[in-house]
Design a protein around this ligand. Structure first.
Ligand SMILES: NC(=O)c1ccc[n+]([C@@H]2O[C@H](COP(=O)([O-])OP(=O)(O)OC[C@H]3O[C@@H](n4cnc5c(N)ncnc54)[C@H](OP(=O)(O)O)[C@@H]3O)[C@@H](O)[C@H]2O)c1
Length: 252
């Protein structure tokens, strides 16, 4: 089958994975971080290794596929390459060295993340540098400008919130504390809200079905986890602020 025939099937596979992940994760949180008890999921790797391995396709495979595209050196695709790589170089090559966790990650969690990232990197890189049509006029399209702004706002919120979490374990502190700075005053998982905004911005700026599939997957993955994290905080800390919501300020 030719690429134009296979490509839509890959995109629909992403939508299918999003639906399956959403239903599963509402029932049981993914086994990493605070929701991994340390046993019951087979072999484990250190969280650093897990994060680097599972996110690597999003940096390296994305770049490789991107560079094969016929529009790889056009202005708009280059902007998409830049914002994607800013996010994923942080997530793959910087963030794992900043986390202060003793938790290990089951190989099965890192493996599923890896395979998702292979599919997602191909779908998104191939579209922005080859299958999509982005001439320079796209730079002034409202969807491009709004999408970029949403992406940038989401990235700021995501990184700022991840930094606040890392600061909770400074000076040798271990365990969990109630974060009370930044957007944590309003929701338990502003880092997830930032991540969802980033990929919503990506979907709007690229105006692509592949971008939308990734945005829907991120939502399907992180909304159930935000609800699980929120319940976890409430059960663990009796003094947890009652007005704080899980993900969207004032809503849920
Ligand atoms: N696009 C996607 O679908 C997707 C999927 C998953 C994650 N992500 C992104 O990846 C990043 C990490 O995700 P995550 O699920 O690992 O986030 P998380 O549960 O908020 O944990 C992030 C880090 O902070 C530590 N931490 C969390 N809460 C803490 C607290 N109350 N006190 C002290 N330390 C605390 C965690 O330690 P422990 O490991 O020891 O709990 C971990 O090292 C986020 O930015 C998220 O948006 C994206």
């Amino acid at each position: 089958m030719s690429e134009p025939g296979i490509y839509p099937q890959l995109v629909w596979t992403l939508f299918g994975l999003a639906a399956a992940a959403f239903l599963y994760l509402l029932w049981r949180p993914a086994p990493y971080g605070r929701h991994f008890k340390g046993f019951g999921w087979g072999p484990t790797v250190s969280s650093k290794v897990g994060w680097i391995a599972m996110e690597s396709p999003a940096v390296f495979l994305f770049l490789f596929v991107y560079l094969q595209g016929s529009m790889a050196w056009n202005m708009v695709p280059l902007v998409f390459l830049a914002i994607w790589q800013i996010h994923y170089i942080n997530r793959t090559l910087i963030y794992p060295f900043r986390i202060r966790t003793k938790q290990r990650m089951p190989l099965v969690a890192a493996g599923s993340g890896f395979f998702f990232n292979v599919l997602n990197a191909y779908v998104n890189a191939r579209f922005v540098s080859h299958l999509g049509e982005y001439d320079n006029a796209w730079l002034s399209e409202p969807c491009f400008l709004i999408g970029l702004a949403v992406f940038a706002g989401g990235m700021f919120l995501n990184m700022h919130s991840d930094n606040i979490l890392q600061s909770l374990r400074k000076q040798g502190r271990t365990g969990y504390a109630i974060p009370d700075r930044g957007a944590f005053r309003y929701v338990s998982c502003p880092n997830y809200l930032g991540e969802i905004l980033e990929w919503t911005g990506w979907a709007i700026a690229t105006w692509s079905l592949g971008g939308l599939a990734f945005c829907v997957f991120t939502f399907a993955n992180l909304v159930p986890r935000a609800l699980s994290n929120h319940r976890w905080y409430q059960e663990r800390f009796h003094e947890y602020p009652s007005e704080r919501r899980a993900l969207i300020p004032g809503v849920f």
